[in-house]
Design a protein around this ligand. Structure first.
Ligand code: HSE
Length: 427
């Protein structure tokens, strides 16, 4: 069967889609029976290379040309960002045109609304490329674990941050590692989204909405990796750990705890060995227990591959005409305040090398119910000592409050302290 698509956006992922469609048209047809015909391509700043434009595909810079084209079966939205992507996707779904998107921002903000519009118009909506790159995590949730109730999702959802932390564990400074991730096409147009944890938080919101069938309004809690140094990776290694940017969503007592934070993971944990731009996610469910999905989390071709899988999935549904999308009734599970959760912690202070400093820090922590597990004095540069401390389990709020007090004492510390969680077990 032949399916007509319109592609909105020719950046990294859009070009990847065109490349795969050019080189793998026959593979796709042989394996699935679907012939993907590109009718129109919208580009914004950079016109796609002529050799990638399929014969017969019209190039345009006007969104309306795609929305008004009655022959397009599936709109592939790859422009990213909230606007105008949100308006375009809403309009297309409202018209009954099926949509494939890899846009995390609009899905994190509007997934329940899109599902409702699609259910009313009969359009299909798929977004495998939005979460965890090439890993078929949406397919697993929607087509494999269909009889399972999930209790948690836990893992690494940002390829850029994971790439940066991997390079830093080899001693490379943060800024050099980020520049390399950008050069390799992993980072967002604004890489602050990656390293602040916000990109992973959007992906976690999408994942959590799907597995728990709940709406999530507002941004999930996100802590990033910008204050971590290559020294911290070395100190973590001395403790038998590495550092990963973790995304976690889990149900507890009828409420949902969800957030993104950098954490020390022991080398005995599988996630400690997920390196470079790879992502990995544990899904925990009642029937199946733990499943670990692993693969490339970012990059032109891995993400484009996921996008094309969505196009084929919808094309086969359109062909069988069975297929109206599932009607999801989204609940509203209340969120747990992330500051009320507990964890063990790693703290790196830059303290003055003076008598009595440690006792004063210990006093502040003790006043906030934070119990120290270990202390190590690391490098000293110009009278400022890197002091590394680990704690027993403490409330996140108590930990942050005490470090805020310590950091505000000029006669105690020089510069901001770094607080990282220590995660012991996956899931
Ligand atoms: N910038 C994203 C990442 C791309 O690094 O994970 C994939 O969404």
């Amino acid at each position: 069967m032949r399916v007509n698509i319109g592609i909105l956006g020719c950046g990294c992922v859009g070009s990847g889609v065109l490349k795969i469609l050019k080189s793998k048209a026959e593979t796709i047809r042989n394996r699935t029976g679907v012939e993907i015909n590109v009718r129109r391509i919208l580009y914004r700043s950079r016109r796609p290379a002529q050799e990638l434009v399929p014969p017969g595909a019209a190039l345009t810079q006007a969104y309306g040309d795609l929305l008004d084209d009655g022959e397009i079966d599936i709109l592939v939205e790859l422009i990213g960002g909230l606007s105008p992507a949100h308006e375009i996707v809403s309009a297309a779904l409202g018209n009954g045109t099926s949509v494939v998107t890899a846009n995390k921002a609009i899905l994190a903000g509007y997934l329940p609304e899109y599902r409702r519009i699609a259910a009313e118009s009969g359009a299909n909506l798929e977004f495998e490329g939005a979460v965890a790159g090439s890993i078929p995590i949406m397919a697993a949730i929607k087509s494999s674990f269909v009889a399972d109730d999930f209790s948690s999702a836990y893992g690494i959802l940002n390829g850029t941050a994971n790439y940066v932390l991997t390079r830093m564990s080899e001693g490379m400074p943060f800024s050099d590692a980020l520049a390399l991730a950008q050069k390799r096409g992993f980072a967002e147009a604004d890489p602050a989204f990656d390293v602040s944890g916000r990109d992973a938080a959007q992906k976690l919101a999408i994942l959590a909405m799907l597995i728990f069938n709940t709406g999530i309004s507002g941004d999930l809690h996100a802590e990033g990796i910008t204050d971590i140094t290559a020294d911290d990776l070395a100190y973590a290694r001395d403790l038998g750990c590495t550092v990963k940017l973790i995304a976690k969503a889990s149900l507890a007592g009828g409420r949902l705890g969800a957030g993104v934070y950098p954490a020390l993971l022991p080398f005995s944990s599988a996630l400690a060995h997920i390196n470079n731009e790879n992502n990995a996610v544990y899904l925990r469910s009642d029937n199946s227990g733990d499943a670990l999905l692993f693969g490339k989390g970012a990059g032109e071709l891995p993400t484009a591959s996921a996008v094309i899988s969505d196009v084929v999935r919808i094309a086969l549904r359109l062909k069988s005409q069975s297929a109206k999308p599932p009607v999801s009734i989204f609940k509203q599970i209340p969120l747990i305040d992330p500051l009320e959760l507990s964890s063990r912690f790693y703290i790196r202070y830059s303290v003055l090398d003076k008598v009595g400093i440690l006792a004063r820090i210990a006093g502040v922590l003790g006043n906030h119910n934070v119990s120290i597990a270990g202390v190590w004095q690391k490098n000293t540069v110009a009278g400022v000592v890197s002091l590394v401390m680990t704690t027993h389990s403490a409330r996140v709020r108590d930990m942050f409050d005490s470090v805020r007090i310590i950091d505000s004492s000029n006669d105690l510390v020089r510069g901001k302290s770094l607080v990282l969680r220590i995660d012991d077990l996956e899931g």
